[in-house]
Design a binder for this molecule. Structure first.
Ligand SMILES: *Cc1c(COP(=O)(O)O)cnc(C)c1O
Length: 385
């Protein structure tokens, strides 16, 4: 069975030795020594002076919106994971969707200004599949209209833009360390900012707003993370260079083998050190994509429709038409990509996709010749490769 993703697991012995140290200290959570160590090691690895380790990538978005006092309308992308939109709504704000660029799959900056109203206070954009947004254009618009910028960088661990960690951009950047992400702490996330006041507010908000033993200086929540989660992060961080280079190698293998495919690939922003976190393929039609998915499932390869449906179709959102996003969301599929995937696994995936596409082309001819239809699974059995 080949799933779309598998969580990375470090050596069990490494994790166990951290667990023994937790038992010895009997300090399980509340800004413990392993949480501190993880924050320091992440700062060093990312070459960033500040970050806060939090419970998950969703609460990271909520902290960012709360700490920046974002209210009213928030311009955002319809092509992302549901948490990008749901966090805006959860914070009592209104998401205003702006369609995406069909090549980068990120919010199209050329369409942002038309969506700004007197109630707009912020832009919340996702660097989709680890591909940086047009940060320079978004910055220019934000400055001109006095808007805050939050980047949902949940896919971005390891991505650099203009030589700096992608987490350095925006008023606040957030990320997720969920088990399915390239770097993970089982559950977890982080917030990043260069603004000392916002950093301090988010630090207080992360811990109920406590500013002393019995004093609360802010409205807070519980966004802390535990020693056990930090231990997994410390273990996994030792492998990060291996994880990133393996992802690159696997992605390049897919690209090489799929160059003849009749489909479109995400165009990566220039000036980027990319992390190859996902391998999305945009097919010509939803029908072809679903056909490939079905044929892959017959050999127990399970791809996923990321992201589908478009977030503008959520039941708690007023319906809006986002033609580019709607079209791409219907035709896109992410191929299996994880640390232990083999090139033989990849070749199987590629073979099925190419065969499904070729078969569809031949089928058009056959239909014309004989007026009869052979179903896909039979053809695979006949070809038998
Ligand atoms: C995973 C993800 C999140 C949410 O992160 P969690 O840690 O699962 O809460 C938010 N935004 C995007 C784009 C994601 O992919």
């Amino acid at each position: 069975m080949i799933p779309v993703t598998k969580p990375f697991l470090p050596k069990q012995a490494d994790f166990k030795s951290y667990v023994s140290s937790i038992w010895a200290r009997q300090w399980l959570t509340n800004n413990g020594p392993l949480v501190n160590e993880l924050e320091i090691k992440l700062q060093q690895y990312l070459a960033l002076p500040h970050l806060l380790y939090v419970t998950n990538g969703t609460i990271a978005l909520q902290l960012a919106i709360q700490a920046l006092e974002i209210k009213g309308e928030v311009i955002t992308t319809p092509f992302s994971f549901v948490a990008t939109t749901s966090s805006i709504v959860w914070q009592g704000c209104t998401p205003v969707f702006v369609d995406i660029d069909e090549e980068t799959l990120n919010i199209d900056p050329n369409k942002i200004e038309a969506a700004i109203t007197p109630n707009t206070t912020a832009i919340l954009a996702t660097h989709v599949f680890g591909n940086p947004c047009d940060i320079d254009a978004i910055d220019r618009i934000a400055k001109k209209h006095n808007l805050k910028v939050v980047y949902d960088a949940a896919h971005c661990f390891g991505t650099k833009y203009k030589g700096k960690s992608i987490f350095a951009y925006g008023d606040v950047s957030t990320t997720s360390f969920h088990a399915t992400k390239l770097f993970h702490t089982i559950e977890g996330g982080a917030v990043f900012t260069q603004n000392p006041d916002i950093l301090k507010r988010m630090a207080l908000m992360r811990n109920f707003g406590y500013s002393g033993v019995d004093t609360f200086s802010e409205l807070g929540t519980n966004a802390k993370n535990s020693e056990f989660h930090a231990a997994m992060g410390l273990c996994n961080l030792n492998y990060i260079d291996q994880i990133l280079s393996k992802r690159e190698e696997l992605s390049k293998h897919y690209t090489m083998r799929l160059h003849k495919i009749d489909a479109q690939f995400q165009v990566i922003q220039s000036d980027t050190d990319f992390n190859y976190a996902y391998f999305p393929v945009i097919f010509r039609s939803e029908e072809i994509m679903l056909d490939c998915m079905k044929q892959l499932e017959l050999v127990q390869v399970y791809c996923r429709r990321y992201f589908y449906p478009s977030l503008s179709a959520l039941p708690y959102i007023d319906k809006v038409n986002m033609p580019i996003c709607d079209s791409i969301a219907r035709r896109i599929m992410c191929l299996p990509l994880y640390h232990t995937l083999t090139s033989a696994d990849q070749d199987l995936v590629v073979r099925i996709i190419l065969r499904t596409q070729n078969y569809r082309k031949k089928q058009v001819v056959k239909l014309a010749d004989y007026g009869r239809l052979v179903n896909g699974s039979q053809v695979i059995a006949v070809n038998g490769r």
